[in-house]
Structures are given as structure tokens and as C-alpha cells.
Design a protein around this ligand. Structure first.
Ligand code: OAD
Length: 272
């Protein structure tokens, strides 16, 4: 066993003793719900439970490339709701920035497409956006990039943008990874960073989507893993040094910050 007990106090002790220098953080939609962005799979509040009005064969179809080619409208209804610009980073995002500032963040792997990691001030080279983001967009046919300002207009009007490159007229899609698409090269290039971790923090994800979900099992078995999530997920809790901080992730993160003596710093940075 690496930790003295399966508690946040032991995790803090482990960090403060200098044994955690390569912390790997893995996040999902649950770290952004406090910002007002719904997650996907929560039973009542999740996006997939609230897509009935869009007439989808199944909720996941909204992110399915084959379906998008036939009917891009449902995605653009959703895009309007999720589009970055209207939301602020949460305490959980800011905690990851704090880790980076203290030189302890090895890599952040996020599934989120809301760009709140960048907005929180986490250095770009520390962020792997495993499912892409709304930061850029291109034609799905000829791959020509589409202007960001125009994209914002189309999305805000609920219109579907089409390629303007020499009569191509292909559908334009943000560089978000849809089902049926490959994850970005950076995800595969940096996957070994997860193997190098000396502490793994998993926050706000159901660990239902692969290959991302497999990341949590890449670190050595003696490496402590902490789950900040409303529910127990994946293999979290199965190893001797797994710590489950079940409940709201901002609350869990604040408790860890208290144990670390970083609470005031965290709140200050969060208030901006
Ligand atoms: P999910 O909606 O599947 O899971 C969110 C998890 O966060 C659930 O386990 C919730 O219980 C938990 N949760 C919600 N609010 C929380 C809070 N305030 N504090 C702590 N936990 C909370 O979202 P992801 O795991 O991110 O793909 O979903 C993975 C992928 O599925 C997404 O990236 C998306 C979707 O299809 C794309 O966008 C392409």
C-alpha cells in the first residue's frame, strides 16, 4: 500500500511529502455542471435524457457522424446550448490550474468540449482535449477550415453552416470527436503520460466511453487513484490505494484543498 489510509487526508499527505510529482487528471462533463452546462448521462438533468424533442433514433445519435450527414439539425440545436463563451470555470477546473502552477500536473486528459480548461488558465501544453472542442471547425468533406466568427453567428441563429470553399457545400462541423471518428493524434501520443503518473485524479466522468475510459487503468497498481464523482464508476475503488470522494466534485476538491492548506489560494483564484 502507498497511502496510509483511503482518505483525502492521506492523499494530501502523499502530495505534501513530495511523492506526487506527476499528477495525471482525467475529467468529464461532471466538472462543468456547476458552471451550468448539463452532463450527458445523469438520469434527469443529463442531455441524453432531454433530447426527446429532437426526434433522434437514440440520444447518442446527436454525436454520430453517420446521422449528422443525414440530419445535422439536432446537433446544431445542441451546439447552441453548449457553445463556449457563456460559462465560467468551476472550482474543479481551477484546482487543476493550481496543480499546474505548483509544477505537479503531468497531464490533464479531458473529454469536455466546453473549453473551460483553457479559460481556467491551465497551460495549453498540459491539456489533451480527447474529444476535441468547439475551438475550431471544418468541412466534413474537403476539410477546409471555416471562419470562427461566422461559425458563432450560424450557431447563435441555430443555422447549419456549409463549406464556402469553391462550391464544395459540404457540412461544417466543429472539431469535436463524434462516434465513428478517431480521437486526436495527441491523445495517442500522450497516452504514456498516464502510465507515468504517480497520482491519478478522476473527476466528473461516468467512464462509459472508450478509449478514454481505459486511461484510468494505465497507471501502475500501487499508484493512488482518487475519484471525485457523484457515483462510483469504472474500476475506481477496486485497487488498494483508490480513494472515493463520492459527492459533488467541487466539494470534494475543496476538502482536498483544505487538507493541503491550499483552500484560500484556490478560492482566490476561482473568484479571479
Ligand atoms: P457523463 O454524463 O457520461 O458522466 C458525467 C458523470 O459526472 C456522471 O457519473 C455524473 O454522476 C457525474 N456528475 C455530474 N455532476 C457532477 C458533480 N457536480 N460532481 C461530481 N460528479 C458529477 O459525461 P462524460 O463521462 O464526460 O462525447 O461523457 C463522456 C462522453 O460521452 C462525452 O465526452 C460525450 C458523450 O458522448 C462527446 O462529446 C463527443
Amino acid at each position: 500500500k502507498t497511502l496510509s489510509s483511503r482518505s483525502l487526508a492521506s492523499v494530501a499527505e502523499y502530495i505534501l511529502s513530495g511523492r506526487a510529482k506527476r499528477i495525471v487528471v482525467m475529467t468529464g462533463a461532471g466538472i462543468s455542471t456547476a458552471a451550468g452546462i448539463p452532463d450527458f448521462r445523469s438520469p434527469d438533468t443529463g442531455l441524453y435524457a432531454n433530447l426527446a424533442s429532437l426526434d433522434l433514433p437514440e440520444p447518442e445519435a446527436v454525436f454520430d457522424l453517420g446521422f449528422f450527414k443525414v440530419n445535422p439539425r439536432p446537433f446544431y440545436v445542441l451546439a447552441k446550448e453548449l457553445y463556449p463563451g457563456n460559462y465560467h470555470p468551476t472550482v474543479s477546473h481551477v484546482f487543476v490550474r493550481l496543480l499546474a502552477e505548483k509544477g505537479l500536473l503531468h497531464q490533464l486528459f479531458t473529454q469536455n468540449i466546453d473549453c473551460l480548461e483553457r479559460e481556467a488558465g491551465i497551460p495549453a501544453e498540459k491539456i489533451i482535449e480527447a474529444h476535441g472542442s468547439f475551438a475550431s471547425q471544418r468541412c466534413i468533406e474537403c476539410k477546409t477550415e471555416f471562419d470562427a466568427g461566422k461559425m458563432r453567428e450560424f450557431v447563435s441563429q441555430g443555422e447549419v453552416p456549409r463549406c464556402e470553399d469553391g462550391g464544395c457545400k459540404g457540412l461544417v462541423k466543429p472539431d469535436i470527436v463524434f462516434f465513428g471518428e478517431q480521437l486526436p493524434k495527441a491523445f495517442f501520443d500522450r497516452r504514456d503520460m498516464a502510465e507515468e503518473a504517480d497520482l491519478v485524479l478522476v473527476m466528473g466522468t461516468s467512464l462509459q466511453v472508450h478509449p478514454f475510459a481505459g486511461l484510468v487503468d494505465l497507471a501502475a497498481e500501487r499508484v493512488p487513484r482518487v475519484l471525485f464523482n457523484l457515483e462510483r464508476v469504472g474500476s475506481m475503488g477496486c485497487q488498494a490505494d483508490d480513494v472515493l470522494a463520492l459527492g459533488d466534485c467541487d466539494e470534494g476538491v475543496r476538502r482536498l484543498a483544505d487538507e493541503l492548506g491550499w483552500r484560500e489560494e484556490l478560492e482566490e483564484k476561482w473568484r479571479g
